[in-house]
Design a protein around this ligand. Structure first.
Ligand code: ATP
Ligand code: MG
Length: 394
């Protein structure tokens, strides 16, 4: 079956009034962006509160659907056949042919649902429903009508052209990226943070990312892995600017000056401070991490409180209540899992203590950080000034 267009269904919640246009325009922009590298020529346009992707000539159907399935804001993708209006008898023939090609097995039930976008059309919606239904019943003796729970809902939309569609491929839901501001993802090479970024981006939030590495303790390949993960997330979230921060000197200095069982917590506090610096610099409205309560020592309620203590921006932790297995399932769905489990060293794992504190006391942690007074400002400034930024695109 050669579909010439896709009708895009999107959620209506919260889209009343002025926001609707913003939402639709952002959705069209994201659709265009997602189809940029797909083989084919596409025209994305809006008509009577519907978004259509018109495909000109040959295009790669599977790739097109895959690309659309990654556009947040889309709840359904309907492949459409459209025909010119050459009179009702011709339409009957076209519709019967459509049903024959789409559903080789006629032992099924259907219902015709017509909508008249063009009010000058000589038949009412009801008449179209009845007359096309009749034509289908005549053509295929096995098929039955079921107006309550049809297996096939055959939609006919009369516009300048007549649109025929009956299949709805589920989209990812969510809101189009760019409709809800921007946030800074603390992106590591693990399983959790790419999933966290995906989840917040699904709500329409544009992403920027910060990654801390510790050369020579962490390798160039560990960094490449994080860039690869950002690339996979960007298939959904759009381009992501990744700030790669050299964290080695800060880590060594903490190691030298602070109690070893507090290293992880203090390190995490400096990560948050630096990420927040970049976040504010580029207009992000929040930070995102892949933390989940109790997963490791640095993610107990006390540890999270100690990490949160240094942030003034809200910290979004979308996987906070998820079990590891639930996070893994999302990472498999979005295709980051295989990359996340590649065995490269992480800067957090290099200086970990044998027995890290699991219930850090914020006051004690603050006092330990006073040991860093002499050089930490200078080291922070150095880390910030030597940042490497990489723009990652899908
Ligand atoms: P992940 O699977 O996301 O790496 P994790 O289970 O390994 O998480 P931690 O190492 O405690 O947990 O990190 C918690 C969160 O802190 C991560 O989800 C991430 O948001 C952030 N984070 C940790 N290490 C780094 C890093 N090297 N660079 C940037 N962010 C980091
Ligand atoms: Mg990690």
């Amino acid at each position: 079956m050669m579909f010439q267009a896709f009708l895009i269904k999107y959620g209506e919640i919260g889209l009343k009034g002025k926001n609707r246009y913003m939402f639709e325009d952002a959705l069209m922009r994201q659709i265009r962006f997602s189809l940029k590298d797909v083989e084919g020529t596409f025209h994305v346009h809006k008509a009577q509160a519907r978004i259509f992707v018109e495909c000109e000539g040959y295009y790669d159907y599977d790739e097109t659907v895959e690309a659309l399935k990654r556009v947040f804001g889309i709840v359904g993708i309907c492949p459409v056949v459209h025909v010119e209006d050459k009179g009702f008898d011709e339409l009957k023939k076209e519709v019967v042919e459509y049903m024959d090609k789409m559903y080789p097995d006629k032992n099924t039930t259907f219902k015709v649902e017509a909508r008249r976008g063009k009010k000058s059309y000589p038949k009412t919606s009801m008449e179209i429903n009845c007359d096309l239904g009749e034509a289908i019943l005549e053509a295929f003796p096995e098929i039955r009508v079921d107006v309550h729970k049809p297996q096939i809902m055959l939609n006919i939309e009369v516009r300048d052209l007549i649109y025929i569609y009956s299949e709805i491929i589920p989209g990812p839901g969510g809101m189009p990226v760019g409709t809800n501001g921007k946030a800074m993802l603390l992106l590591s090479g693990g399983i959790d943070s790419p999933v966290a970024g995906y989840m917040i981006s699904k709500r329409g939030v544009e992403l920027e990312a910060t990654y801390f590495h510790a050369p020579p303790y962490t390798s160039e390949r560990a960094k490449q892995k994080v860039i690869d993960l950002a690339k996979l997330v960007s298939k959904y979230a759009g381009p992501i600017k990744v700030n790669v921060v050299n964290f080695t000197d800060i880590q060594l200095y903490i190691y030298e000056k602070c109690p070893h069982e507090e290293l992880t917590i203090i390190m995490r506090r400096y990560m948050m401070r630096i990420a927040e610096h970049f976040a504010k610099e580029s207009g992000c409205l929040g930070l995102i991490t892949g933390e989940s309560i109790g997963q490791v020592a640095s993610q107990t309620m006390q540890s999270l409180a100690a990490t949160n203590d240094v942030c003034t921006l809200p910290v979004y932790r979308p996987v906070i209540g998820f079990d590891k297995q639930e996070i893994i399932e999302i990472s498999q769905k979005i295709n980051t899992f295989e990359t996340s489990i590649l065995p490269f060293e992480d800067c957090c794992t290099i200086f970990v203590a044998k027995h890290p504190v699991t219930k850090p006391n914020i006051n004690i942690i603050r006092r330990s950080e006073e040991n860093l007074a002499e050089k930490i400002d200078e080291l922070m400034a150095e880390a910030i000034n030597s940042v490497e930024t990489i723009l990652v695109k899908p």
